[in-house]
Design a protein around this ligand. Sequence first.
Ligand SMILES: [Cu+2]
Length: 436
Amino acid sequence: MRVSSRLRAFTGRPTNELKRFCNPSNTGASNLWCSSPKRLSTVSSNQTGHQGQSTRLKYAILLSTSAATSWFLYARQQGTVYLEGKPPSQEADPKRNPRPNFHLRDDKIDIDKLPKEKAILTTAPDVPPHISRDHPVLLQVDLETTTKLSQLTSTHKYEKWTFNDSSPGPFIRARVGDVIELSLTNRDESGNPHNIDSHGFLGPGGGASITTASEGETKTAHFKVMYPGLFIYHCAAAPVPVHIANGMYGLIYVQPEDDLPPVDREYYVMQSEFYHEPPEKMDNGRMSPEVEFSYPNAQREEPSVVVFNGHEGAVTTDKPLKARLDETVRIFFGNAGPNLTSSFHVIGSNFHRLYRDGDVTSPPGQFVSTTPVPPGGATIADMKMVVPGTYTLVDHAIFRIEKGAIGYLNVSGPERPDFYGSDEPPNPCVGCKLHP
Ligand SMILES: [Cu+2]
């Protein structure tokens, strides 16, 4: 219960004790205040011969007032008392909210006068370095769309639709107030048009209609990034679900003016699912090593594969995340879907800071083990690694590990038996995917 409700005794509202006392069935107290919250009378209807009740009433008021005063003083010491019945403005209390409310960076700009800068683009799991400048630039981002046949699982290849030959596409890092000059060149020889819908861009379609490029075309458009945070981008050419299901997505981090606390390592991890038909039988009677997109399976939301960073093994055997003991690791995590919500969890660790939904202006959640990330959503999770060993990234909808949703974070360093130990040797279960 909020303290403010306890304080109502001060403003004339009845405590339960007083209500019981002034109940009409309680002889001698029937005319005590029972209706008006502003009037507190100690006058009895039958004063003669009822001095005892009047005295008890005074004691009751005295006790109630003392109790309320004590509670008020205690609660104020705890920092939870709200005299107005509501919490104080967060802006007014920097201790309560060290990151003050964000103000829209919507001041007019002369784009031609902005200094130009080429964006550093990285492929998962790498993240571009922190932006240290303190002014906006025209940030040039060059993307190309291609198709690329590559390994999806240990047994099957799949032709992905990509940005810059990778799925997920490049990680883009900007600073709030920057103007992104996006050039999209369509090098997909199948004839499909492609574009960019960024959740970090404000305007109809997130940029889709003014970036749609046909085969061989380059489209250039600019977007001021006014909100800080972590956002996904994806292709939104029709049919949109097919372009996303085939791999056309990535993350853009719009750094706030005052960036998040520095960490030792930053990583880019993106979850997505793939839907494919069974492999076809080839002329030689063997099964094809390639599989193709299945629209019916996607429509039924029954994925064949759920993976981190585009394919099975991307974050286990190919590029596991790495850290040293006592380092802090930040994971920029996105979920492209296209259908499933992720229950992102790192087995054996805990997010000591969690910027839910990629929100970098509100105070972070603390000590969160598992966080939901919807399709089209993102989150930023910080972990302090205090014990060496292998930590496993999962979607805690745990059957999805059988579809590929596993990643490793390998932490090197001397053992910490004071934090984690046993007289018995470790005995991992045979064949376990989660505890290698
Ligand atoms: Cu596309």
